[in-house]
Design a protein around this ligand. Structure first.
Ligand SMILES: [Zn+2]
Length: 614
């Protein structure tokens, strides 16, 4: 049977993530991992915090902590939140650990030995006051086009034009405000990415089953021509570069971060005897490797990381599927870390149980297009699906069994026409549910779960055991037993989505299997519970919520360092190469134009190539 190697994009270390981050990679990966485990597959589900790069350094500085201490604390904060969201990682790692350092250096040395690395001299902004090179976005000044006083060295937010730090009038450091910015030359190492174009094209051409979003972005990058990428930085926090003349540099965070997926498997294997990470990463066709990530990460996962692995010559698996997601927006706008806009994962858990968030975010996953979170839609969805449909089914069936049959699964009687019709409906919908899980169609899978809950509810409503029991106790027993089995089925299929509530219901039914037993056909599903088994009535699963349930969510303090600290973007990195700066522009949810469409995800989304100095 196929093994499933599942990864979620690594959340950046600085600060608590918002619901959009959860919806766009972590949660869908968890739901798929749970489904695969439940259907009897062997699963290795890996994630971790992405810890290198300038934003982490600056956030640590602002927090008054050594960067290693800062990252250790922030990793612990995030790991705890994900545990409370029931994200079932087999291992949650950190890219700053020794395993990732060793693997990153080994892969670099192999790339270098194979002739895929080249040293080049480039110019970049240097701040004597700060004592450091400044990434483009950390140089601010007056826009030469619109005279906005707070344009960044990568882009003017006011007029959206792309900029070079050199173009700014009166440039200054965004860190210290220092105005003595100068340009300095520095030697850096480039991955000769352009040479991988044919191999990447061949590989991607065979991926017609991937989401259109992902294929479009990857193809656009290839069609517009790949540029060689600078993979080193003048920082002290990161994986050291094991090459003479580059001892004072570290690898670019986006070079070492995806290698962290493999390093996580190495750590997982080292943690217990009998585990072999190579059986996963070098497992060939016996392993299906699925990566879950948001669309801004697609270029790294379909272009630069695959090229890195290809060039290393190591027999490591490339992804079998890259499942990319669009953005979750918040009340018609962007989630914003710096402006504290939206709901953050820690606050969400203070407001409502994890299951409420998990369900709504999965049922409204930003798959085919962006998806908008509004309080009204959220309250409506949670009440209708979880309280009125699933919760109501569970409570009415178990409460009726308690009152009419002493709380035991009633015996006696045979299935009639109503049950045979029910079996057919269940067979159809269960097949659809499996198809949607197989196709990684999260929203459709949630819709199938909802349909199955509705089928169960309408069976119970039409069969009306509370009326039948007054004149035909045997028929009422059949209906009640069938209804209880529908409760079991409803909880079992819901377990990947709402694991806590589902487990509570299954425990009430005396079911103890972990993960819950998967039953894929209607006939077996409605006969699974043995007659006579004693049941208990669980507490009310999902009390109705109102808008006030979400009132004044307390967002976390903005991450120290001043700016939005999102992961650096490859889109941006390409724009700045091999120009005035080796540093990538950083593009965050904050600086992104609202709801960007696929077309905008190209190296040159504003219609012009950035000026280069080569
Ligand atoms: Zn401007």
């Amino acid at each position: 049977m196929t093994k499933f190697l599942i990864t979620s994009a690594l959340p950046y270390v600085n600060g608590v993530k918002h619901l959009g981050n959860l919806a766009g990679s972590l949660l869908p990966a968890d739901i798929h991992a749970r489904h695969r485990r439940q259907t009897g597959h062997e699963v290795l589900f890996l994630c971790g915090t992405d810890e290198h790069g300038t934003p982490a350094e600056l956030a640590a500085q602002a927090a008054g902590l050594p960067v290693a201490d800062y990252c250790a604390r922030q990793h612990a904060v995030q790991a705890d939140i994900y545990r409370r969201f029931d994200l079932s990682f087999d291992h949650f790692s950190r890219t700053s650990r020794a395993a990732n350092r060793a693997l990153t250096q080994e892969i670099f040395l192999r790339l270098d030995a194979a002739g895929h690395i080249e040293a080049r001299t480039i110019r970049q902004a240097w701040s004597p006051t700060d004592g450091r090179f400044l990434p483009d976005r950390y140089v601010v000044g007056t826009c030469p086009h619109c005279s906005d006083a707070n344009a960044r060295g990568d882009q003017c937010e006011a007029c959206t034009r792309l900029l070079d730090p050199e173009a700014l009038v009166a440039p200054r450091s965004a860190i210290s405000g220092a105005t003595d910015i100068e340009l300095r030359e520095s030697r850096h190492l480039f991955l000769k990415l352009s040479a991988f174009t044919p191999a990447l094209r061949t590989w991607l051409d065979g991926r017609n089953d991937w989401p259109l979003l992902v294929r479009s972005i990857a193809r656009k990058w290839l069609d517009e021509g790949l540029r060689d990428r600078c993979i080193t930085r003048d920082l002290s926090w990161g994986v050291p570069v094991p090459k003479e003349g580059f001892a004072d540099k570290v690898f670019y965070v986006w070079f070492d971060a995806p290698i962290g997926y493999i390093a996580a498997a190495v750590e997982w294997a080292e943690a217990a005897p009998g585990r072999d990470w190579r059986a996963w990463w070098q497992g060939g066709d016996a392993v299906r490797h699925i990566q879950f990530l948001a669309k801004d990460n697609v270029p790294f996962h379909t272009i630069s990381f695959p090229a890195t692995l290809m060039g290393s010559g190591l027999p490591l698996k490339l992804p079998d599927v890259v499942k990319g997601f669009n953005w979750l927006t918040y009340e018609g706008g962007k989630f914003s870390t710096s402006r504290r806009r939206g709901i953050f994962t820690d606050t969400a858990l203070e407001l409502l149980p994890a299951d409420c968030w998990r369900w709504w975010l999965a049922a409204n996953a930003p798959e085919g297009s962006d998806s908008d979170f509004t309080v009204e839609r959220f309250v409506d969805g949670v009440n209708k699906d979880l309280a009125d449909t699933f919760g109501n089914l569970v409570n009415r069936c178990l409460a009726f069994t308690a009152s009419a049959f002493g709380g035991n699964v009633p015996a006696g009687g045979e299935h009639g026409p109503a049950e045979l019709a029910l079996i057919e409906r269940l067979d159809r919908e269960l097949a659809a549910l499996c198809r949607h899980h197989d196709g990684l169609a999260l929203r459709k899978a949630a819709a199938s779960v909802r349909s199955l809950w509705k089928i169960a509810n309408s069976y119970v409503a039409e069969a009306a055991p509370w009326s039948v029991v007054r004149h035909d106790r045997e028929r009422a027993a059949v209906i009640t037993r069938t209804a209880l089995n529908l409760v079991r089925l409803s909880a079992s299929i819901a377990w990947p989505f709402i694991p806590k509530a589902a487990s509570l219901v299954l425990t009430s039914l005396g079911e103890t299997a972990d993960p819950p037993t998967w039953i894929g056909d209607g006939a077996t599903a409605i006969s699974a519970l043995p007659a006579g088994r004693a049941l208990s009535v669980p507490p009310l699963l999902f009390p109705k919520i109102t808008a006030s349930s979400l009132a004044t969510p307390r967002s976390p303090a903005p991450a120290p360092g001043g700016h939005a600290h999102e992961k650096e973007s490859m889109v941006a990195a390409e724009e700045s190469q091999p120009g005035s700066s080796v540093y990538p522009r950083m593009r965050s949810h904050d600086s992104r134009a609202r709801s960007p469409q696929i077309e905008e995800h190209r190296p040159n989304r504003h219609g012009r190539r950035k000026r280069t100095h080569s």
